[in-house]
Design a protein around this ligand. Structure first.
Ligand code: CA
Ligand code: CA
Length: 272
């Protein structure tokens, strides 16, 4: 299960933590993919792209220099100015002060790095050094989950940028923009019938030939705005015939209600 900064394996019967992987970003939205013994975990959070990390002093050191009234606590007003904006979210018990635990979590947050990573499952304790197979740091989606299809991992980023990664190594096979859908993507793409289907916020559904070369990505408007405004995660099922594309959306925001939305017939030539 992915959480703030760690991917954790729990014992199903008891919920006891068995192993973990460090290095996740601090705000996880996409759903990880598990394929056999390997999991693919994507996370993107504001201020955590590679290169924007900060070395925050340890709690004992920050108290030494900034506990002005010497009460053994760090008030927000005592914190260095450059930390205050980010610190607001780290006062977990909302008492206006930062204790050791809250400060340690702030250090972890400001050192976390956005990435998509492949990890081998299993082990015991901290498996970060042994089980991280690869990480990739660029063109990461904020909300959409990746799709693994064949040996390719697809990332659908807002702005209509689709990246195909070699699932074995994390290297980029192809990256391109989806013509006609250069906009936000909140619902996750799905794969079926040799194609990737991606629906944008305003209802453009792009059909892209799967594989390392991505064909020629194009978008055509087939959905309705309300459909994609649900920001509902991944369509549960997609099938096509010669004239019609059908998407079944899992409406998480509506309490696990499933809806089917047959689209207008596909324009000739959209499927590559
Ligand atoms: Ca103080
Ligand atoms: Ca506090």
């Amino acid at each position: 299960m992915p959480g703030t900064n760690r991917f954790i394996g729990y014992e199903v019967e008891t919920g006891k933590e068995i192993w973990s992987i460090r290095g996740l970003t601090w705000q996880m939205k996409p759903t990880p993919i598990v394929d056999g013994e390997v999991a693919y975990i994507l996370g993107w959070a504001g201020g955590a792209d590679q290169g924007s990390q900060e070395n925050i002093p340890a709690f004992v050191d920050i108290l030494k220099d900034h506990d002005v009234n010497k009460d053994g606590k760090l008030a927000l007003s005592e914190a260095p100015l450059r930390y205050r904006k980010d610190l607001a979210e780290s006062d977990f018990n909302q008492d206006g002060f930062y204790d050791r635990r809250e400060w340690d979590k702030f250090i972890e947050k400001r050192s976390s790095v956005n990435s998509v990573m492949a990890v081998r499952l299993g082990g015991s304790g901290d498996m970060t050094a042994k089980n991280v197979l690869w990480r990739y740091y660029k063109s990461l989606p904020n909300a959409t989950s990746p799709v693994l299809y064949g040996n390719v991992l697809y990332l659908m980023k807002e702005g209509g940028i689709l990246t195909a990664l070699d699932a074995a190594t994390g290297s980029v096979l192809k990256q391109g923009r989806i013509t006609g859908a250069l906009e936000f993507f909140y619902s996750s793409p799905v794969a079926a019938d040799g194609k990737i289907y991606a629906a944008s916020e305003s209802g453009h559904v792009a059909v892209i030939k799967a594989g390392p070369h991505l064909g020629d990505p194009r978008g055509e408007r087939h959905g309705r705005r309300s459909l994609c405004d649900a920001r509902a995660g991944r369509p549960a099922l997609v099938y096509t015939n010669e004239k019609r594309l059908v998407l079944f959306w899992q409406l998480i925001a509506d309490g696990a209600r499933t809806a089917a939305h047959p689209s207008r017939p596909l324009a000739k030539g959209v499927i590559h």
